[in-house]
Design a protein around this ligand. Structure first.
Ligand SMILES: [Zn+2]
Length: 290
């Protein structure tokens, strides 16, 4: 550690008062420490990158990243010769200064991303620049986010299966369904039939297909009503398709409505692959199909 520090300050003209050298070291040490400040010097600490601690969490870089920020905080606030006696906790309390008898408990302090009351009191007496506190806080929060199991669960969610029925899109694996109006269902099924995507400006080329989809759903929904004139039905459908062909707002509004309904039913993240999306003027499609 001493050599690393000397080398660093001979090579780089950093202000010693405000610089900490952290040695990322693949070699073990007598005490089997994962990380720690030098017992003799103020400006250097080490992290053992091959330590067992790196194997106990979701990813090996997580505890190393944590200790980078923790080392900075110890350097700024706990840089005293008797650090070990005064501040190291041998009993876990979810504090940055926990020193675990069982190293896999390191996830406790990573998840707390915090210090205990006692260490907090000490830190506040050190008159530390608030910008430094903010910086370390952001680092701890980012590491915690990586380790948090709910974050992982959300990241690892698979694309849901969906069945399109007459009136509902059903996401059976999570027990959710989305009720779509005939016009919306017709448009959604149209996009299901076109995994390659269709630009709004090319919708008109698929008029026949849209007409039959719409008619199928229109009939289904209105079949119990008092006689609906077949001619009137065709007129109503044609009027809607006419507006879509003209790229009237009705098309974008219908898509927005479908997308919103899906989002409300299954959350934003899960909805995304099933929504009809695409760049302005570009191909619109359902990502889950590709
Ligand atoms: Zn503490």
């Amino acid at each position: 550690m001493a050599k690393a520090e000397d080398w660093f300050f001979s090579k780089f003209r950093e202000d010693r008062e405000h610089s900490l050298v952290i040695l990322l070291n693949p070699y073990g040490n007598d005490h089997n420490y994962f990380c720690g400040p030098s017992p003799e010097r103020k400006n250097v600490a080490f992290i053992q990158t091959t330590h067992y601690a790196t194997e106990t969490l979701t990813a090996r870089h997580v505890p190393v990243a944590y200790e980078l920020f923790a080392s900075a905080m110890r350097f700024r606030a706990f840089n005293v010769p008797d650090y070990q006696d005064r501040f190291v906790h041998m009993k876990d309390r979810g504090c940055m200064n926990d020193f675990f008898s069982e190293i896999k408990n390191i996830r406790l302090k990573i998840l707390s991303a915090d210090v205990c009351e006692e260490c907090y009191e000490h830190i506040t007496r050190q008159q530390i620049n608030p910008l430094f506190i903010d910086h370390v806080f952001k680092g701890f929060e980012a590491v915690r986010e990586q380790q948090n199991s709910f974050t992982r669960a959300r990241r690892e969610r698979k694309v849901l299966e969906v069945q399109a029925g007459m009136k509902y899109l059903k996401f059976e694996s999570i027990g959710a369904q989305v009720s779509l109006a005939p016009k919306e269902m017709a448009l959604y099924k149209f996009y299901l039939n076109h995994p390659e995507g269709v630009k709004y400006s090319h919708i008109c080329e698929h008029r026949a297909e849209l007409f039959s989809l719409y008619e199928e759903h229109y009939q289904q929904v209105h079949s119990d009503d008092a006689v609906i004139d077949q001619e009137k039905r065709k007129e109503a459908i044609s009027a809607v398709l006419e507006r879509w062909c003209m790229q009237d707002d009705d098309l974008t509004q219908t898509v927005s409505k479908i997308n919103r309904k899906i989002k409300q039913a299954v959350t934003d993240t899960l909805a995304k692959p099933h929504q009809i999306t695409g760049p302005r003027g570009g191909l619109r499609k359902i990502a889950a199909l590709s």
